[in-house]
Design a protein around this ligand. Structure first.
Ligand code: SF4
Ligand code: SF4
Ligand code: SF4
Length: 199
């Protein structure tokens, strides 16, 4: 039998996967960055869905419903370097739903079934609660509704999911309709800094 990998090995594997996911809008991002232009971005410290301390409040879905595109340019991404790979992820499961025969919540939280769950690394065949789970968001299905972002916060989550603007999809409207609708002034146009570039 293979040895159970260390947590560092499991996380290293997952971070490489996240890097690949983040390459989608890289070309567009690099062009805009080279030109020194600002782009529409979400300040996660202001957005109610990701802001720490904003717990037990209503999810804001304006990023999903206010974009001029049919499917919003905003999508959720999971930062695997933070994700705890929980057995029962509150962003994947609707933890208020009835428990099924496996002892898991019977319903998923995402209304678009955009989150995939699979065990990674060494798998304990006898006790699934011993395993690490990867929660991958399909950005082609996600519409940025923010439900999973709000759910992955204290006390149950680690705040690893956030909303980002996909720069390869965004039309860069002069007056972004999401920015106009945003109740938290979290949607801003500003130059990208060195450490930004997911999209
Ligand atoms: S933001 Fe909404 S649609 Fe996207 S993965 Fe999260 S719950 Fe699903
Ligand atoms: S700038 Fe336009 S396309 Fe981009 S997120 Fe805002 S409304 Fe959507
Ligand atoms: S509209 Fe503003 S507060 Fe609402 S989800 Fe988007 S960035 Fe967050």
């Amino acid at each position: 039998m293979k040895d159970k990998p260390t947590r560092r090995e499991v996380l290293g594997h997952a971070v490489r996967g996240a890097t690949l996911v983040g390459l989608g809008g890289l070309g567009f991002y690099l062009i805009r960055k080279a030109n020194g232009e600002g782009v529409w971005q979400i300040d996660c410290e202001k957005c109610v869905n990701s802001r720490l301390g904003a717990v037990g409040v209503e999810v804001c879905d304006y990023c999903a419903t206010s974009c001029v595109l049919g499917l919003s340019a905003v999508r959720a991404v999971n930062d695997y370097s933070i994700c705890g790979r929980c057995y029962i992820c509150p962003a994947y499961f609707d933890i208020k739903s009835a428990v099924n025969e496996e002892g898991l919540p019977s319903q998923k939280l995402c209304p678009r079934d955009a989150i995939d769950r699979k065990p990674i690394g060494w798998v304990d065949p006898d006790d699934p609660a011993n395993n690490y789970y990867e929660y991958a968001i399909d950005e082609n299905l996600c519409n940025g509704c923010g439900k999973c972002v709000m759910a992955c916060k204290e006390p149950a989550g680690l705040n690893s999911i956030r909303l980002v603007v996909r720069y390869d999809l965004c039309l860069d409207c002069n007056r972004c309709t999401i920015a106009i609708a945003c109740p938290d002034e979290a949607y801003e146009r500003k130059p990208l800094s060195e450490d930004e570039g997911v999209g």
